[in-house]
Design a binder for this molecule. Structure first.
Ligand code: NAD
Length: 319
């Protein structure tokens, strides 16, 4: 593997370039290669981003390139494909984006890629499954951004509500990065104290927390309605994931990862807390869910399995 810290980004749209800008600002990557079907766009982005380098914290080579650059890359981040339109659910993008993921993954693998994939394109749980199946890599080396962004939104909103820094909010969103996600409130902590105990002491109803979760899953629809796309939050979240891999951190993040009978589910990618290091997903953190949360989680998984069977498998089987 390259001793340079090299990341290839496929898809230089709103999400991809927000991620690139976040890398430029925070540093930690030696080389960033941009790939997109729109060749003019990546040349323009290479120039624009590079012009910020004199004010960046670290040196970084940024260039427009092609799939041969994947050979010695540590990470390929995929943010290519169609984005949601106002009112459209992520699941409605499944067929079109699965074809795009298949094509991109074949191009990456043809060039001898041996690193870790990080997928953000939606619907991200299904797109991660496509990349894993087409690449043939161990499932641990294909990570979906899953509910990393949803979890950030949740932590931000709880922090505002409780009046404690979001850094001390240990709350996680599980399940689909989409409408069927859930929060296992019994496993949420503010610092070292259970949030359910804090709610009881303050005599605040649990519905207030439920309302925060409703707000989280509605957030993407609201942002898309108002400014057509969401990208800064996911750009930061992808940067966080890339750092966890490059720095071999063993950090716990809620990614979309393959279920091998964890949480009683198997055969699809879904968002759960997992330990992330240089090899991708080292381990899944299994929480003991209460009956209601387990039902919600199972529902999320069923949606994934059904869509895989009806819409994704036929695309994977196409020559
Ligand atoms: P965008 O339209 O701005 O960018 C998409 C880019 O992909 C374009 O530059 C396009 O030219 C490129 N592209 C399309 N097909 C390609 C191919 N075959 N090979 C290479 N490049 C290709 O869209 P966006 O707003 O950046 O969103 C990108 C994806 O990220 C969407 O699927 C969106 O739903 C998803 N997204 C995910 C999250 C998350 O939390 N996981 C959050 C926001 C958006």
């Amino acid at each position: 593997m390259n001793s340079n810290r090299k990341v290839v980004l496929v898809g230089a749209g709103f999400v991809g370039t927000s991620f690139a800008y976040s890398l430029l600002n925070q540093g930690g990557v030696d080389e960033l290669v941009l790939i997109d079907v729109n060749k003019d766009k990546i040349i323009g982005e290479e120039m624009d981003l590079s012009h910020g380098l004199p004010y960046a914290p670290h040196k970084m080579l940024i260039k427009a390139g092609d799939y041969d650059e994947c050979k010695n890359a540590n990470i390929v981040v995929i943010t290519a494909g169609l984005a949601q339109k106002p009112g459209q659910s992520r699941l409605e993008l499944a067929v079109a984006n699965a074809k795009i993921m298949k094509d991109i993954t074949q191009n990456v693998m043809k060039n001898g890629f041996k690193g870790v994939f990080i997928v953000a394109s939606n619907p991200v749980d299904l797109m991660s499954y496509v990349v894993a199946e087409v690449s043939g890599l161990p499932k641990s080396r294909v990570i979906g951004s899953g509910t990393v962004l949803d979890t950030a939104r949740l932590r931000y909103l709880i922090a505002e509500y409780i009046g404690v820094s979001s850094k001390n909010i240990h709350a996680y969103i599980l399940g689909e990065h989409g409408d069927s996600s859930l929060v296992p409130w019994e496993h949420c902590y503010v610092g070292c104290k259970k949030i359910t105990d804090i709610m009881k002491e303050k005599k605040h109803p649990m519905e207030n927390l439920q309302r925060i979760h409703d707000y989280v899953w509605q957030a993407a629809y609201d942002i898309i309605e108002k400014k057509k796309a969401t990208y800064y939050g996911i750009g930061m979240a992808l940067n966080r994931l890339v750092r966890a891999v490059l720095d071999d951190e063993n950090s716990i993040l809620t990614v979309s990862t393959y279920q091998n009978n964890e949480y009683g589910q198997e055969g699809m990618y879904i968002g759960v807390p997992a330990i992330i290091n240089k090899n991708g997903v080292k381990d899944i953190i299994e929480l003991k869910l209460n009956e209601d949360d387990q039902k919600k989680f199972n529902h999320s998984c069923e949606i994934m399995k059904e869509t895989i069977e009806k819409e994704i498998t036929p695309i994977l089987n196409e020559e």
